[in-house]
Design a protein around this ligand. Structure first.
Ligand SMILES: Cc1cc2nc3c(=O)[nH]c(=O)nc-3n(C[C@H](O)[C@H](O)[C@H](O)COP(=O)(O)OP(=O)(O)OC[C@H]3O[C@@H](n4cnc5c(N)ncnc54)[C@H](O)[C@@H]3O)c2cc1C
Ligand code: FES
Length: 502
């Protein structure tokens, strides 16, 4: 078991998987990305009668969707209050409807396809860990009511397994096993001229009539429509990188004794603590604890993040052990609404489903329905809400902040002095070292071998930072991640880092 593997993957047989794209192909719809955004979109397009090819760089559900907490909730911590503040009552009501309909769509899919994915209806609670968080809980309750959700507040905290200052509760939400769910959906795609390909990274997309996509080993797929569902949008032409922050967070799974909490829950303020119960097929009881989020590529990616979550788990539950810890990231649009629809204002054949800001079980499902409707020529219910090309002026301050942050890393980081010589890199750690070609990122593995790569992100050239928690080189600008040998772990970068000799 990899030290940082989620319980959803560690507890499952890897399965035979899907083949790599081995020859050129023509389909109606090509979908890039095998997470919940891509798999759901591909399946819906197949149901519409299209010939579909889904291309995934690694394994299906190997991205954020296999590393998630997998709560399907319309309450979503304090998201409704934030959307109401930025966009008003009508938009928050549409967002809540899109989320609720997505939950019912997943429920119907699980039922109709008899998917064994531990689907379970539970309340969801946003709680105030202390008096200072009461205001956020209150605003969330008001926004939820404005959106038409039947939330309760009186004594809502009583359902929590620990004391809280107050809470807002929404019943009949759900949680599930994301990897089993997605593998079942993906298994329904092949056949009738539809395909799923794994280990098939897309490096280039020509948006035309038809479109052509090219994989890293030079194979191509010709398609009438292409959907980019790569978590952080892969292609720069939509300028998503100017308005989307990549945010990383951490999870631990604690094996516990006694009763499991009868609710999902998340704190309304910092430090974020998200919990959900899980009973595995062998009858073991687990509580997942998540939180400790920060911008990807910041120096905050430290192993101590896990220790803070483990401490919380041990304080609140009767913990036997904590064998699973993992981390993942998601894109957060500056105006706090996801993107589902045409890639640019001029795109006719290129679509995006992304920007799910840590609520992708519902948002990606809602987005997949919008994109599939557009491709099939139907008028989607939430096209305006999720329009990737909306002009949301109310988000201007966040936009400016995001740009300042990126600018600082593009320019300022180049001035950071080199820190070490190769001999000074300890086992299990990484340093920035100076070589003839400039700065090099050097990681010494536990066997003593040095792995050296260029430190310029292959997306737009920002200087990468070492992530000690995950042993990766992470980009502070738009969240691309690379392993110590330069292989892309997360986009928008598509090309690996050049390796360097030391
Ligand atoms: C810690 C954490 C907890 C979360 N908990 C919840 C929760 O409880 N409820 C909830 O609703 N949401 C939650 N989320 C959010 C949710 O997990 C995500 O929004 C969702 O999984 C995103 O799905 P996706 O398909 O867009 O991205 P991903 O699942 O990341 O899928 C994208 C896929 O694209 C592939 N890809 C990338 N580039 C290429 C390429 N060039 N060629 C081919 N393939 C490519 C990747 O390998 C990846 O498999 C959480 C997020 C985090 C970070
Ligand atoms: S992810 Fe854009 S420069 Fe690195």
């Amino acid at each position: 078991m990899s030290p940082n593997e989620p319980i959803w993957i560690a507890g499952e047989e890897p399965g035979a998987g899907f083949p790599r794209l081995a020859e050129d192909l023509t389909v109606d719809v090509a979908v890039i990305g095998g997470g919940i955004s891509g798999v759901t979109t591909a399946l819906l397009c197949k149901q519409d009668g299209a010939r579909v090819a889904l291309l995934e760089r690694g394994r299906v559900a190997g991205g954020a969707s296999g590393f998630t907490t997998a709560k399907a909730s319309a309450l979503q911590q304090t998201k409704l209050a934030e959307i109401r503040r930025l966009h008003g009552d009508e938009t928050v009501a549409a967002y809540a409807r899109a989320s609720s309909e997505a939950i019912e769509w997943i429920a119907a899919t699980v039922r109709e396809r008899a998917i064994d994915c531990a689907w379970e209806r539970l309340p969801d609670i946003t709680y105030a860990a202390d008096a200072e968080q009461l205001d956020a809980v209150q605003r969330t309750a008001e926004a939820a009511r404005a959106a038409g959700l039947p939330v309760t507040t009186n004594g809502a905290e009583a359902a929590l397994p620990f004391a809280a200052a107050g809470a807002v509760r929404l019943d009949e939400q759900a949680q599930f096993h994301p990897v089993r769910y997605l593998r079942a959906l993906a298994a329904a795609i092949p056949g009738e001229e539809c395909h799923v390909f794994e280990q098939s990274a897309v490096v280039h997309v020509d948006d035309g009539s038809p479109c052509t996509i090219t994989t890293d080993d030079g194979r191509s797929v010709t398609a009438g429509a292409v959907v980019v569902a790569t978590n952080y949008p892969l292609l720069d032409r939509g300028l998503f990188f100017t308005r989307t922050e990549a945010v990383r967070s951490y999870l631990v799974a604690a094996r516990v004794r006694g009763e499991l909490p009868a609710t999902m829950a998340i704190s309304a303020g910092e430090p974020t603590r998200s919990i959900r119960p899980y009973s595995d097929a062998g009858g073991e009881r687990w509580v997942l604890v998540g939180g400790e989020g920060h911008a990807t590529g910041s120096g905050d990616a430290q192993p101590q993040r896990y220790e803070a979550l483990e401490r919380f788990a041990r304080e609140q539950f009767d913990v036997i052990d904590i064998p699973h810890r993992w981390s993942t990231q998601d894109g957060s649009p500056v105006d706090r609404l996801p993107y589902a629809g045409p890639y640019t204002p001029h795109s006719r054949h290129l679509f995006v489903n992304a920007g799910h800001q840590k609520w992708g079980m519902t948002n990606a499902t809602a987005g997949a329905r919008v994109v599939a409707d557009l491709i099939a020529g139907r008028t989607p219910a939430f096209a305006e809400l999720l329009d990737p090309n909306r002009l949301t002026l109310s988000a201007a301050p966040q936009f400016a902040k995001a740009q300042l942050h990126v600018g600082a890393h593009l320019i300022g980081d180049r001035l950071t002095p080199a820190e070490a010589s190769p001999d000074e890199v300890p086992a299990g750690e990484a340093r920035v070292v100076r070589s003839g070609l400039g700065k090099v990122g050097a990681f010494r593995d536990d066997d003593g071998t040095l792995h050296a790569v260029s430190l310029r992100c292959t997306h737009l050239g920002c200087l990468l930072h070492w992530n000690g928690a995950e042993r990766s080189w992470d980009c502070p600008c738009h969240g691309s991640r690379f392993d110590p040998d330069g292989t892309v772990l997360a986009g928008p970068a598509a090309e690996p880092l050049p390796r360097r000799e030391l």
